[in-house]
Design a protein around this ligand. Structure first.
Ligand SMILES: *[C@@H]1O[C@H](CO)[C@@H](O)[C@H](O)[C@H]1NC(C)=O
Ligand SMILES: *[C@@H]1O[C@H](CO)[C@@H](O)[C@H](O)[C@H]1NC(C)=O
Ligand SMILES: *[C@@H]1O[C@H](CO)[C@@H](O)[C@H](O)[C@H]1NC(C)=O
Ligand SMILES: *[C@@H]1O[C@H](CO)[C@@H](O)[C@H](O)[C@H]1NC(C)=O
Ligand SMILES: *[C@@H]1O[C@H](CO)[C@@H](O)[C@H](O)[C@H]1NC(C)=O
Ligand SMILES: *[C@@H]1O[C@H](CO)[C@@H](O)[C@H](O)[C@H]1NC(C)=O
Length: 539
């Protein structure tokens, strides 16, 4: 008997949050026509327009360019085929009933896009993503920037919903003025621990655009494999990739960057040095340090900072990478260096002694020599260790915080006048964390909570959700990233409450809204996993 009660209680807690009563139906029914991430300002109105995919048009006035033409084509397809295709059948009777209620304002005929300034070719850290959207029979979307237009088109597409009787697609009258809270809203994908196909990278970029994320941080190589197919050093992937088929060619990279650019997403490559480089050693063992146990070599460790050949190869390789990736930023890693290996190597010990260096000093020296190898005024992103070890960094270097004690770390970086990208609480690779765990933390609030200093906060330029590749491959990467990364996306875009206090409860509305966002991603071909428990998606 006792066992039965305990069993019922467990079920109650898991499925109903309410002792043993289990209600039929979804736990959180999806909202209808709510936007994710939530816009900064939106008026809510009850009047609505009916969508007729056969009559609807998108027009652009003022400026235009290929990126705009492509975006219009993409969203026209989403609206007329994907969203329009959801209508089961038309019923005049239901239609008329609403006319009598005065809520039905007739058909939405077109969307007029006013891009006020010429297009930029490629998105950047300080791009303008603001837009204004007014929904009426002739709706208008205006922005000074192509990137704002792209964000506004996504919002527009999210406002449409299927009526309860499933007979028509509707969109409510509304006015939206929107812009992001943080300018760097990224997703890190690791393609070394498991190879991720170009198809799934493109799908990831599409999902990022649906969530208004704007940086694809491509952690392309690591210890386990080297899938970047260099033209200057083909042996790096010929020997270092898992398989000759598991590589990204120059053409693949070009395709990924083009696809991302069309969605207002930057592609930042990371070539992590001097640690996490075992796969480089498959073809170039002489780049790496021999690690010793006593006087026996037991394996290879981080890059050898005392050898000039290391820097010569890096200079050549970085030049190639910089011509293939147009972004101004380059991530050179700098995390988790196997300092014990350096400590064990007699030659390096002697070098440190000759130059009165500690191992941390040696790491700093390595970074100091590598940074100038980047040309074209590239700007840097580094993991926090590089800052912690006192390497002198240009003041526009972005420092990515990923470890414990992140609040103290962020404060130290901000006080030193450097800018922060935050990731510590956003490791999607923590497989047991669910979206609410990622939804709550806000780096600016955390820093404000300790310092009460608002001047420091703009130095936190954004954050990244990180999907390290140990436990995800091509089969589960999409559903492990989505919709969990959507939580980070909304945190970084929306100003959910401007009071700088901690709110530890997520409103039920948010649970319902992320259900709708998940269904929306699924309908657009992204196999997102259920966010919060039992439920279903209307087709
Ligand atoms: C749209 O309008 C209907 C009434 O026509 C209302 O019930 C619903 O809450 C509105 N939805 C949104 C997202 O504003
Ligand atoms: C959008 O609307 C806001 C608020 O009404 C206004 O300040 C801003 O100038 C508008 N921007 C554009 C691009 O129309
Ligand atoms: C290695 O590079 C350093 C710094 O550029 C230079 O001073 C040194 O002479 C070089 N050593 C050799 C052996 O080329
Ligand atoms: C430097 O920039 C120019 C102009 O943008 C570009 O053509 C060139 O390929 C770049 N070089 C490198 C090494 O990135
Ligand atoms: C250390 O200094 C000695 C004396 O100048 C020199 O012979 C030796 O090559 C140096 N060792 C290393 C690893 O730089
Ligand atoms: C970096 O320094 C330059 C020149 O000293 C200054 O104009 C710029 O505002 C600084 N940037 C940051 C992020 O502190």
């Amino acid at each position: 008997m006792l066992k039965l009660i305990i069993f019922l209680m467990c079920f109650g807690v898991i499925f109903a949050n309410n002792f043993w009563i289990v209600k039929p139906g979804p736990k959180y029914p999806p909202t209808k026509g709510e936007v994710w991430p939530k816009p900064q300002y939106q008026t809510k109105e009850k009047t609505f327009y009916i969508f007729n995919p056969l009559q609807f048009k998108i027009m652009s006035t003022y400026q235009t360019c290929d990126i705009l033409t492509n975006a219009v084509e993409r969203y026209f397809y989403i609206l007329t085929s994907q969203i329009g295709g959801r209508i089961r059948k038309r019923k005049e009777r239901a239609h008329r009933r609403h006319v009598s209620q005065g809520l039905n304002k007739g058909y939405i005929n077109n969307l007029e896009i006013a891009l006020m300034e010429p297009c930029e070719d490629y998105p950047h850290l300080n791009m303008d993503e603001s837009y204004n959207l007014t929904v009426s029979a002739t709706s208008t979307l205006s922005s000074p920037s192509i990137w704002g237009v792209i964000r506004g088109l996504e919002t527009f597409s999210q406002l449409f919903y299927l009526s309860d009787d499933r007979n028509e697609i509707r969109i409510n009258s509304t006015q939206i003025y929107d812009f992001p809270r943080y300018k760097h809203r990224g997703l890190l994908l690791d393609t070394s621990r498991h190879f991720i196909s170009v198809t799934n990278i493109l799908k990831t970029l599409d999902a990022m655009a649906m969530n208004k994320m704007n940086v694809f941080h491509w952690h392309i190589v690591d210890d386990q494999s080297f899938p970047y197919k260099s033209e200057k050093f083909p042996e790096l992937s010929n020997v270092g990739a898992y398989d000759l088929s598991m590589v990204y060619t120059k053409e693949d990279i070009k395709k990924i960057i083009e696809f991302a650019t069309n969605r207002g997403i930057r592609v930042i490559p990371e070539f992590d040095v001097p640690g996490h480089t075992a796969s480089w050693g498959s073809s170039h063992p002489d780049l790496l340090t021999e690690c010793y146990e006593g006087n026996k070599v037991v394996g290879l460790g981080p890059m050898n900072p005392t050898k000039n050949r290391t820097y010569i190869l890096l200079r050549e390789l970085f030049q190639e990478i910089q011509t293939w990736f147009p972004d101004r930023y380059f991530h050179i890693g700098g995390d988790e260096v196997g300092l014990d290996c350096w400590r064990s190597n007699p030659e390096i010990k002697e070098y440190m002694k000759n130059n009165t260096l500690t191992v941390a000093g040696l790491h700093a020296l390595f970074m100091r020599r590598v940074i100038p190898l980047l040309t074209n005024n590239s700007k840097l992103i580094v993991w926090q260790e590089v800052f912690d070890e006192g390497v002198k960094l240009a003041n526009d270097t972005l420092i990515q915080v990923w470890k414990y004690n992140w609040i103290t770390e962020m404060i130290n970086i901000l006080i030193a006048g450097r800018e922060v990208i935050f990731s510590s609480t956003w490791y999607l690779s923590e497989m047991s964390s669910e979206w609410p765990d990622f939804y709550l933390p806000d780096p600016r609030k955390m820093v404000y909570g300790i310092t009460l200093n608002k001047n420091l906060l703009p130095g936190i330029v954004g954050g990244e959700a990180c999907m390290w590749g140990e436990m995800v491959d091509d089969r589960n990467v999409i559903n492990r990233v989505w919709p969990r990364a959507s939580a980070v996306a909304e945190r970084l875009w929306s100003t959910l409450d401007d009071k700088m206090n901690f709110k530890l409860e997520i409103p039920t509305e948010t649970y319902s809204r992320i259900e709708e966002q998940t269904c929306r991603m699924i309908r657009r071909g992204v196999d997102a996993q259920p966010p919060s428990g039992p439920g279903f998606c209307n087709v």
